[in-house]
Ligand binder design. Structure first.
Ligand code: SAJ
Length: 416
């Protein structure tokens, strides 16, 4: 197969690493993004977001000439679509980015081209993408019928963990679903260029669901832990001790509670299953609701304590959506900090986030919010609210911090 030119549409958290790893394995890659700043950055060999080792791959591939970026798709044998799939009001999936990508690449497709959807997608989105392409190009088909040239369409969902993307792209197994068996085989050949994991072939709907199910499985397990945290608080017992003990059973492996579930994957993907099967997906829906309700619970607990102080000074430990990253997108910690700043009368928020240099926009303009170092924030605080289990917080020497004199609300069980 000729995989010599691959056009990757969408240079975000998945598209750019995929483009870079293909390019560094000898494939000629054109990366496409509608954002000109992203395109300019990539063409300079820069990465517009933080992901370990990605910058090295991008700079290397751009220097050796195997990766360049453009705002428009160009002719290629293979297209990888890695655009966002957010949800709309009511949690219905928004496929408009996939549609725009399909219509942008359609004019360039030639006989035998391969189009792979990598975006996390609701069931039947790959077929829908193919339908958009074939509507734009009635001279093409999936089966070569009526003398129309054949193209191949597959789904290969990404499964990499932010912070470990460049490692997991190589080591994780992949699932490839084809609209035809040949499409799946063709996509497998492409991923074999860099993927050392096993590549499992199936149909597109099963592949779409597999990805959604992986994240829903984690969401349900976290919801179980979050529900246990509420029950344990009512019973006056330590949920962390409870889970630690229960996990000594050989067939029990409960995840950890927290301030809520953040990021742009686990808090989104289960809704695609709920939207596809609203009557059936009762557990999956409830898990989403349990996790989405956790920030409100944390806010109400802190407010109850804050009532005791005239000008409550609240040290908020962590703003990121999970430990040891700088990513604040869809972060329950950031949402909680913002609500406390707005809703608690005369409160001063002393935010501690070791992975950022300045407050995000939603907090930056507020006169009652300051970005602080750990020690000074805790030292001045009446209430210490732990929202993220960053290594720095877990390893901090707490002896000089006089926590005994303060109210500690610890949603991650690190300072309990
Ligand atoms: N969280 C808890 N308790 C836990 C584990 C996580 O509250 O025990 C919270 C985190 O703090 C965070 C959220 O869940 O707010 C999600 O974090 P995560 O580390 O579980 O997952 P993501 O969103 O960074 O990445 C997930 C991964 N999926 C699975 O592990 C099944 C990753 O492999 C996927 O590629 C990624 O979603 C994606 O892009 O879909």
């Amino acid at each position: 197969m000729n995989t010599t030119t691959v056009c990757v549409v969408g240079l975000g958290y998945i598209g750019l690493p995929t483009a870079a790893i293909l390019a560094s394995n000898g494939v000629n890659v054109i990366g496409v993004d509608i954002n000109e700043r992203t395109v300019d950055a990539v063409n300079r060999g820069d990465v517009p977001f933080v992901e370990p080792d990605l910058a090295t791959y991008v700079a290397g591939a751009v220097t050796q000439g195997s990766l360049r970026a453009s705002t428009k798709p160009e002719p290629a044998q293979t297209y990888i679509v890695a655009v966002p799939t957010p949800f709309m009001d009511g949690h219905a999936p928004d496929l408009s980015y996939i549609q725009a990508a399909a219509e942008a690449i359609a004019p360039h497709l030639e006989a035998d081209a391969l189009v792979i959807l990598e975006s996390t997608s609701p069931p039947r989105a790959t077929q829908q993408m193919a339908d958009w392409i074939l509507t734009a190009r009635p001279d093409l088909s999936l089966d070569g019928s009526e003398g129309r040239a054949r193209i191949h369409v597959a789904h290969c969902p990404e499964r990499v963990l932010p912070g470990r993307v460049m490692i997991e792209l190589v080591t994780n197994d992949r699932i490839v679903g084809g609209l035809t068996p040949e499409a799946a085989e063709r996509a497998k050949e492409l991923y074999q260029v860099f993927c050392q994991g096993e590549i499992h072939l199936t149909d597109t709907v099963t592949a779409e669901m597999a990805k959604l199910v992986e994240n829903s499985y984690r969401d349900v397990n976290i919801a179980f832990a979050n529900e246990l945290s509420l029950i344990s608080a009512d019973l006056g017992i330590d949920v962390w001790e409870l889970i630690r003990l229960a996990n000594h059973h050989p067939r029990v492996d409960i995840l950890q509670p927290g301030p809520g579930v953040g990021g742009h994957c686990i808090a989104v993907d289960p809704w695609f299953i709920v939207d596809a099967a609203p009557e059936r997906a009762r557990l999956i829906r409830t898990a989403r609701e349990v996790n989405d309700a956790k920030p409100e619970y944390v806010v109400s607990r802190v407010k109850a304590h804050a009532n005791r102080f005239k000008t409550p000074r609240i040290a908020v430990l962590g703003l990121a959506f999970k430990p040891d990253i700088d990513d604040l997108r869809e972060s329950p910690a950031l949402a909680i900090a913002t609500r406390l700043a707005v809703e608690v009368d005369d409160a001063v928020i002393l935010a501690v986030e070791p992975h950022i240099d300045e407050l995000p926009g939603v907090l930056a303009g507020r006169p009652n919010v300051e970005l602080r170092e750990l020690e000074s924030a805790v030292d001045e605080a009446d209430i210490v609210l732990v929202l993220v289990d960053h290594t720095q917080f877990r390893q901090a020497d707490r002896t000089p911090l006089h926590l005994g004199e303060k109210v500690v609300v610890d949603t991650k069980g690190v300072w309990r």
